[in-house]
Design a protein around this ligand. Structure first.
Ligand code: GAF
Length: 382
């Protein structure tokens, strides 16, 4: 990828030597939609990454070329705004955050591209935001703490992409550690790395190859639904800031004021937080069977109570239940399409792919894709 970036950079912007940085995509073992409810998540950075080549120019302009879209885009650093739906919005969003924080971003040329599949729920947009923030900081010599980078990237997503995401994706991309998952407490951002030693097992992602429209709208809606449950609970209880602060019995007390759906959302979040903590314990004990059971329970909650799955994801997870070499399976990320994450016996990998491909293709008339991933370090410089 390094050579490709340099080659394209030179042919588009001239002979200068670009500085090259990368930021990875992520998986999430468990803890879905809990981040914006101040709960726990357990993501990891992966070996699929976004690479950015960058150099200064003498203009007050950012000139960018996307390798993946084979398209150029430029903006004036003194006057720009969101362009939702266009890849340039992520770059402008991060630039705006740095400028607002007082970092003097000057003219730059950029080429970017990578191998994170777009729309598969592996956070290609978060990876781009984090890579761009890190690239600008490296190029202009800004000393930006890693955690601030995470916040700027998240803010860019909110304000320029219009998705009110939690902090998990950007945190994982920047803070990832090779062969480890991160248990992150999204309330105070305290975290712990857990080595992921799977022995004879391995993680495999299955990509449904669907991304149902309106996913972003539904994502934002879930966030508001959760806030409404919190609002109701606050009428009854003191000290409640988010769903993180509730117990299942608290939901019983507000049953009369919250509809069935709202209660389901609340129940799921409370239970999922518990599952992340149980997963941490199971990992420490080396109890992978338990981790797998928790993954299935997570999926059940996401599908039935939180309402963010879809027929393709449910079908894939259900299929694995008949396979005694699969420990666990669940939808991963925001939902409404994208990937399932599976833990299965290494030696059964090819059997698994065959069974899934045949059943999925029969049912949905399209083939799924498979990604064998490894866990890697977060954002860095090549
Ligand atoms: C998306 C969001 F960007 C994350 O913040 C998180 O909420 C995730 O969906 C669901 O767990 O990836």
């Amino acid at each position: 990828m390094k050579e490709k970036i340099i080659e394209n950079f030179r042919s588009i912007f001239g002979p200068s030597e670009p500085l090259i940085v990368y930021s990875p995509g992520r998986i999430n073992l468990i803890g879905e939609h809990t981040d914006y409810n101040e709960g726990y998540v357990m993501p990891a950075a992966i070996d699929k990454k976004m690479y950015v080549g960058i150099a200064k120019n003498d203009l007050s302009q950012a000139r960018i070329f996307s390798l993946d879209f084979n398209e150029e885009f430029a903006f004036d650093l003194h006057s720009f705004g969101p362009k939702k739906g266009h890849w340039g919005t992520y770059i402008m969003g991060v630039t705006a955050q740095l400028q607002q924080a007082g970092y003097p971003v000057k003219g730059f040329d950029m080429v970017f591209g990578g191998d994170i599949p777009v729309g598969a729920g592996l956070s290609s947009s978060a990876a781009l935001e984090c890579a761009v923030g890190f690239a600008l900081a490296s190029l202009f010599g800004f000393d930006i703490p890693r955690l601030s980078l995470v916040h700027y990237a998240q803010k860019a997503e909110h304000l320029f992409a219009g998705v009110e995401c939690g902090i998990m994706d950007q945190f994982a991309s920047v803070m990832g550690k090779k062969n480890h998952v991160i248990r992150l407490d999204c309330r105070d951002l305290s975290y712990e790395y857990f080595p992921l030693d799977l022995g004879d097992f391995q993680i495999l992602l299955v990509d449904t190859q669907v991304k149902h429209s309106l996913a972003d709208t539904a994502y934002n809606r879930r966030r508001h639904e959760c806030a409404e449950v919190v609002l109701m609970a606050q009428q009854n209880l003191v000290g409640v800031k988010s769903l993180r602060d509730l117990r299942l019995k608290d939901l019983v007390d507000i049953k009369a004021y919250v509809d069935e759906e709202g209660l389901g959302r609340g129940e799921y979040i409370i239970e999922e937080n518990e599952r992340v903590l149980e997963t941490s314990k199971a990992l420490k004990e080396g109890n992978l069977k338990k981790v797998g059971q928790l993954m299935y329970a997570s999926h059940e909650g996401l599908s039935k109570k939180y309402g963010v799955s879809c027929v393709e994801l449910d079908f894939l997870v259900d299929l694995t239940k008949a396979m005694d070499f699969v420990l666990g399976s669940r939808m991963m990320g925001g939902g409404f399409g994208g990937c399932t994450i599976n833990i299965l016996k290494k030696e059964k990998l090819e059997d698994f792919k065959e069974i899934i491909t045949s059943a999925y293709t029969d049912k949905f008339k399209k083939s799924p894709k498979f990604y064998e991933i490894s866990l890697e370090d977060g954002t860095g410089r090549l």
